[in-house]
Design a protein around this ligand. Structure first.
Ligand SMILES: Cc1cc2nc3c(=O)[nH]c(=O)nc-3n(C[C@H](O)[C@H](O)[C@H](O)COP(=O)(O)OP(=O)(O)OC[C@H]3O[C@@H](n4cnc5c(N)ncnc54)[C@H](O)[C@@H]3O)c2cc1C
Length: 725
């Protein structure tokens, strides 16, 4: 049997379009790889002389609930088409394109198809549209082609930047790289993967509109194999989100030389998506908002916090988190120019009297440039880094540099960090102390399953794959409260429909069907779910209740009669007001009692995207959900019907538990001794403020506050240690 493994995308050389069905193949098994949403879709196809006899897809790098879930449908389409000329799966466009690319390459190898010219494209400017990160509509790019080459790409409409600050990094970095390489196989910009893939797919659509075949435009972009060694830093900061930037600044302020490593195309991480931090009795905020008066009883906060963790094991750390939350904010205001507004704009989720517990970052443009996730604030972090860099000309940070592992000396002491730049260059950066600030492990499916039992939908940064936590463990660091539940304040449908297969108003109805609380709910185990006060304490607040559901989701259940009722007499009062905080797709719900004539179309499209399960019996529903039929039957009182199950899923900001640290942010071994030159901050160590099995300290702004407090402490401690050497 012949087996050829062809790595990424020689399609420009191989020429061609998907081989026609029933091409002549050399029997054997052929494997090829292509990028989907992430890198590394692998297609393995087995052929005999006449056609495809089997195909296997490795989609393990793709998002499990979207690309991964499309696997069976894609295999079915390939076997039916006997070629790569398939429609793909709605909602999994990026995975579908990657599968088509890899399959094309494998079949070309099987049929012996060799190079040739690309299909000709006309000169001119052509428009292409593709789904992207934006919730409110797809992205459109205008692509200028001259003499068979891309000479210009302009994004002329997008809604990505309405949901955060990430789109700009995709636009600024990816477009020149596509033009320079004349290839769509350039890597997505880390941290802006969906926006990058949106741009890439819009350009592909424009190439097709110009008469070309975009599948031929994925020529391999070579990587470098250079190695760079950087030595003699006092402090290395791994991850330049909030806690990393604060650590970097605090270390620089002490006179240390600092090197920052950031995987994404820009700094800021989750921290630039937030509204703002908790800051108790900050002098700056008092002066600005309360005529110098204290605005909260910090002792109350400390008491509630200690009750929440049910242990005084980390009392000293929690005391820092409470009593120094205001002074840490003041430190960065005074020394690094941070600015805040809106003390009291947001009340505490938990204790109504704490009405001035957290504040909001000031935006630029006189506080006018807000998106749905809060004010634009990357500029504040960049400004702080400029101030820090002015303190020592050696100070520097690099973006698009992903830290891979720690470097140890012969005695097992961490002395540096190994990292990879986007162009393939590897870096070894050596320093006396290392601060881990990689923001937890939300983007790592294996760690999510290992520590939290299941993956969860993400609205937070998926660059955060637990690298810092794993590095800390490699140095002997222990974990603490790693089972604290993920940060969830948002529920939505399982798969946001980013195409125009439904109108915004229709999407709003689908969301309402998932979010309403006036219909029966069942868990993924087929048991009843209540959605209220699952935590056992009324204080947790409703927005976090879903995080207690098994697998962080449940199903809203409708019978055929319910759906007929919606078609004829409309949504109920509860349904007509069920909207998603932060993840609304912009539509308007009809008033209660207004017939929804297109409910069947909404459900049918929802079914295609994995947002609706339709089943004609309890057994069929149980099989689709993957639960025990007898359990589900008991839950449904044995009532056979046509059921519509609409998943309501958690959308998480991040994870919480991480490395064990002491009050100096020193990473601790299992025996409680500190690893002297290793520190962990932000979500890499936030378990020390929390409790396994509970929703994270949910009084508002605490997560972001911890980045200030832990960042200031770790930066100063690491610098002091390094400078004392
Ligand atoms: C939409 C949203 C809204 C939120 N709102 C609030 C709020 O209002 N108040 C609040 O308190 N909290 C809020 N949070 C939570 C809060 O943002 C986080 O808890 C906090 O910002 C985490 O900071 P961090 O430094 O640990 O992580 P991040 O800020 O995410 O920084 C981690 C950084 O590490 C980088 N990185 C990861 N892996 C590597 C690697 N291998 N090599 C190099 N770099 C790497 C990432 O790219 C990232 O820049 C919100 C979160 C989100 C997503």
């Amino acid at each position: 049997m012949k087996k050829i493994t062809c790595f990424v995308l020689m399609l420009a050389m191989l020429a061609c379009i998907a081989p026609a069905a029933l091409a002549e193949y050399t029997p054997g098994t052929y494997t090829a790889e292509a990028p989907g949403h992430e890198q590394g879709i692998v297609v393995t196809v087995t052929v005999d002389e006449a056609g495809i006899t089997a195909v296997d897809l490795d989609l393990s790098n793709e998002t499990e609930s979207i690309g991964g879930a499309a696997k069976d449908a894609l295999i079915e389409q390939i076997m039916a088409a006997q070629s790569a000329d398939i429609d793909g799966v709605s909602g999994a466009t990026e995975t579908s394109t990657g599968v088509k690319l890899a399959l094309t390459e494998a079949l070309n190898a099987a049929s012996g198809a060799t190079g040739g010219e690309k299909q000709a494209v006309s000169d001119g400017t052509f428009s292409g549209t593709a789904p992207s990160f934006g919730l409110l509509g797809p992205l459109t790019a205008e692509v200028t082609l001259e003499g068979g080459k891309i000479t210009d790409i302009k994004v002329v409409s997008e809604t990505d930047s309405a949901t955060g600050e990430w789109f700009a990094s995709a636009e600024e970095l990816l477009i020149p790289r596509i033009i320079e390489s004349q290839s769509l196989a350039v890597d997505a910009i880390t941290g802006a993967t969906t926006s990058s893939n949106g741009i890439r797919n819009a350009v592909a659509a424009a190439i097709d509109a110009a008469g070309g075949n975009s599948m031929e435009w994925y020529a391999e972009v070579p990587k470098k194999d250079d190695k760079v060694v950087i030595e003699d830093y006092d402090v290395i900061v791994v991850g330049m989100g909030g806690s990393g930037v604060f650590s970097y600044c605090a270390a620089a302020d002490q006179g240390a030389s600092v090197f920052g490593i950031e995987a994404a195309g820009k700094i800021g991480g989750n921290s630039v998506c937030t509204y703002g931090p908790m800051a108790l009795n900050s002098e700056y905020l008092k002066e600005k908002f309360t005529d110098g008066q204290d605005y909260i009883n910090a002792d109350d906060v400390y008491k509630v916090w200690m009750d929440y963790v049910e242990s005084d094991e980390k009392a000293d750390v929690i005391a820092e988190a409470v009593y120094n939350s205001g002074s840490a904010l003041d430190y960065f205001v005074e020394n690094f120019g941070f600015e805040f507004e809106g003390l009291g704009l947001l009340g505490s989720f938990v204790v109504p009297e704490w009405d001035k517990e957290w504040c909001v970052y000031s935006a630029d443009d006189g506080n006018t440039s807000w998106n749905v996730l809060g004010p634009n604030k990357t500029f504040q972090f960049l400004r702080a880094l400029d101030i820090a860099n002015a303190k020592n000309e050696k100070n520097q940070y690099m973006t698009e540099l992903t830290a891979d592992s720690l470097i140890f000396d012969g005695a097992g002491k961490a002395i540096g960090v190994r990292a990879t730049y986007y162009d393939g260059t590897t870096y070894e950066i050596y320093g006396k102390t290392i601060i881990l600030a990689t923001g937890g492990f939300l983007g790592n499916d294996e760690m999510m399953k290992e520590y939290l039992g299941a993956t969860v939908n993400t609205i937070g940064d998926t660059v955060n794959k637990g690298a810092g936590i794993r590095m800390g463990q490699s140095a002997g660091g222990a974990l603490y409260m790693i089972g604290t539940l993920p940060m969830v304040h948002i529920s939505q449908v399982a798969n946001l429909i980013r195409t125009d297969d439904l109108t915004a108003d229709q999407k709003a109805i689908l969301t309402a069907l998932a979010l309403t609380t006036d219909v029966p709910m069942i868990t993924t185990a087929g048991e009843p779910w209540g959605n209220t006060n699952q935590s056992g304490t009324a204080d947790e607040g409703i927005s976090v209740e879903i995080v207690f559901a098994p697998d962080y989701m449940y199903y809203n259940l409708y019978t055929q009669a319910d759906i007929d009722g919606i078609r004829e007499t409309g949504l109920s009062e509860a349904q007509a007001t069920a909207t998603s905080m932060f993840l609304s797709q912009g539509g308007t719900l009809p008033e209660a009692g207004t017939p929804v004539a297109d409910i069947d179309e909404i459900l049918a499209v929802g079914e295609r995207y994995g947002d609706v399960i339709k089943a004609d019996s309890i057994a069929e529903l149980a099989a689709a959900i993957g639960c025990d039929g007898a359990t589900l039957s008991e839950t449904l009182g044995g009532k056979e019907d046509t059921y519509y199950a609409v998943p309501c899923t958690s959308w998480a900001y991040g994870t919480v538990g991480g490395l064990d640290v002491d009050v100096n942010m020193n990473v601790l071994r299992a025996d409680g001794t500190p690893i002297e030159n290793l520190f962990a901050v932000g979500q890499d160590s936030e378990g020390v403020c929390n409790k396994d099995g509970k929703a994270y300290t949910p009084w508002g702004g605490q997560a972001q506050s911890w980045t200030f407090v832990s960042g200031e402490i770790a930066g100063k401690q690491a610098a002091a240690l390094a400078l004392a050497e």
